[in-house]
Design a protein around this ligand. Structure first.
Ligand code: GLU
Ligand code: MG
Length: 444
């Protein structure tokens, strides 16, 4: 969207303020509030930020200012305050694109794909839980009546949440995202809203905005919405599945579609799957980027009977125990990513891995139709099915070994990502949990 179109939109929609935004490594938006009277300055110079203050941006307190130069094609009018518009920025420092900017990493990867004749389309399924204070001052699923062992699709629970859910759906309609479904998910007080897929950059912008919007709108109802991967060990976690398809460069033809194939997938799609499988372990560091993420990627049954989360590097059919599910012709569903992803880095990573699969014609391997949660270790070994990393530390070691993914992150961000995340792991490892106290204190 050009500055002229934005100016016309400001006049037409009555926009008085902008949230000039960007994300650092965590993927959570940071913003400056800028009055529309200063649109031209903002468009030219960007919002100015002290990078060290906002999170992990490869800056120290001595570093020069970062400028988030707004990309108006990302503009979203804030549904609950329509005189305010959010816009994602590309971070620059001293006039040059900044290599630590996650949005810049995705744009670079999309350019690489475009040069090869491809564009990536994606649709996301970010799950979230609605929490309130529990009696110990912590957080718990807020609705005391939402106690079923299998609460998925429960109409009574959905009914009790219709105020917020219809508000959220209307907000997405207002934004023009074409939402088409909303359901109570598998954990108590867990929900998911689906909206229509789009090009991967727009989807990453929307996902970034969406998590902020949902949290903000839930707060107005006195609730805490969380996308944290696994808030409660006895309940299913919060996934953020990605539905992917590769199209030609001008986005007129879905290159993953082959109606003659038994799964409706082209040879290109199988090679993309081959790439995702070959890089699956390193990808985990970007799809499951927190200590907590790995408590979701397990098969031990929670209250509902299944975690529905991937544990193994596999693909197959419309089967939710697989890392990659084939929900229909012409697309694949990658189920590893969770609610704590940086939307830009995760999308860039899936694209880099898939392109590598195409370049090297990597095999997708056998399709799995079994309930993978029930296969024995011997059966898994026989079929050559490997496990995803079981914790963040392992995933980071895998990422470091993965030249394709490290190149995707770039020579500055790659090592910085490893440094920051290893410090996160160490800080977790240094703490003594209540589980350890219960298990060992009375014994030794
Ligand atoms: N909550 C599950 C996960 O963490 C997914 C459930 C579903 O298939 O929607 O991935
Ligand atoms: Mg779901």
């Amino acid at each position: 969207m050009s500055i002229e179109t934005t100016q016309a939109l400001i006049a037409d929609k009555g926009i008085e303020f902008f949230l000039c935004s960007f994300v650092e490594m965590s993927g959570v938006p940071k913003s400056k509030l800028v009055p529309a009277t200063h649109l031209d300055d903002m468009a030219r110079e960007g919002g100015g930020f002290a990078g060290f203050a906002c999170g992990e941006m490869g800056q120290g307190p001595h570093s020069p200012d970062m400028a988030a130069i707004p990309d108006f094609s990302s503009l979203q009018i804030v549904p609950f305050r329509p005189n305010l518009a959010w816009v994602a920025g590309d971070v620059h420092v001293e006039g040059a694109p900044y290599p630590f900017c996650p949005r810049g990493v995705l744009k670079r990867q999309l350019e690489i794909a475009r040069a090869k004749g491809f564009s990536l389309f994606s649709g996301v399924e970010p799950e979230f839980m609605l929490l309130g204070a529990d009696e110990k001052g912590g957080f718990a699923p807020y609705d005391a009546l939402d106690t079923l062992e299998k609460p998925c699709y429960d109409l009574r629970a959905l009914n009790r949440n219709l105020d917020l859910m219809t508000e959220l759906m209307k907000a997405l309609q207002f934004l023009g995202w074409e939402p088409y479904a909303n359901d109570h998910e598998d954990a108590n007080c867990q929900f998911e809203i689906n909206w229509t897929y789009s090009d991967a950059l727009l989807t990453a912008d929307r996902l970034t905005f969406y998590r902020w919007m949902v949290r903000s709108m839930a707060e107005k109802h006195g609730l805490t919405a969380t996308f944290m991967p696994k808030p409660f060990s006895h309940l299913t976690g919060n996934g953020c599945h990605h539905h992917l398809s590769l199209w030609n460069a001008d986005a007129t033809e879905n290159l993953f579609l082959d109606k003659g194939d038994e799964n409706g997938l082209s040879a290109l799609a199988y090679a993309f799957i081959g790439g995702l499988k070959a890089h699956a372990k390193g990808l985990c560091a970007l799809f499951a980027p927190t200590v907590n993420s790995y408590k979701r990627l397990v098969k031990g049954a929670p209250k509902s009977g299944a975690t529905w989360a991937p544990v193994y590097i596999s693909w197959g059919g419309s089967n939710r125990t697989q890392m990659i599910r084939i929900p229909g012709a012409g697309r694949i569903e990658l189920r590893t990513a969770d609610g704590s992803i940086n939307a830009y880095l995760a999308a860039a990573a899936m694209l880099a891995a898939g392109l590598d699969g195409i370049e090297k014609s990597l095999p997708a391997g056998e399709k799995n139709l079994d309930n993978l949660y029930e296969l024995s270790d011997a059966q898994l070994r026989e079929r050559g099915i490997e496990c995803l990393p079981s914790n963040l530390s392992e995933a980071l070691d895998e990422l470091e070994k993965d030249a394709v993914l490290m190149e995707m992150l770039g020579p500055q961000l790659g090592p910085e990502f490893l440094r920051v995340k290893r410090a996160e792991w160490k800080s977790y490892h240094d703490s003594v949990s209540s589980w350890e106290m219960q298990k060992y204190l009375g014994v030794f």
